[in-house]
Design a binder for this molecule. Structure first.
Ligand SMILES: [Zn+2]
Ligand SMILES: [Zn+2]
Length: 108
């Protein structure tokens, strides 16, 4: 089962396993075609791009263009830890450990 949105008529329908992977849009008024593999890829792209690379406003949860600045959704200044990207935290921890190991080496 997969939800597919037809590019021609913009109507969503449910594709089930006994339907062909490619075929005509079930909307009788539409001449468009669907492609399950294409739809799967689009679903995946949308999910990964929105989950991995978007910053969220700590106040309203909306997507914000940059970590420091005004949220376009609620107008609040966003500079909270929840608006950090995961990758940035990872880098900060790695850098911290690197500095720590250098300090330990200098102290001994
Ligand atoms: Zn259609
Ligand atoms: Zn906001």
């Amino acid at each position: 089962m997969l939800k597919i949105r037809c590019h021609d008529c913009d109507q969503a329908f449910i594709w089930v396993d006994d339907m062909p992977p490619r075929g005509k849009c079930p909307n009788p008024d539409c001449e468009g075609t669907y492609d399950v593999h294409q739809a799967l890829k689009e679903n995946l792209d949308a999910r990964t791009s929105s989950a991995a690379d978007s910053l969220l406003c700590p106040a309203c949860g909306g997507v914000i263009p940059s970590r420091w600045g005004l949220c376009p959704h609620c107008g609040k200044f966003t500079a909270g830890p929840r608006s950090f990207r995961k990758r940035d935290i990872f880098l900060a921890v790695a850098l911290f450990l690197l500095i720590l190991s250098l300090l330990v080496r200098l102290a001994l």
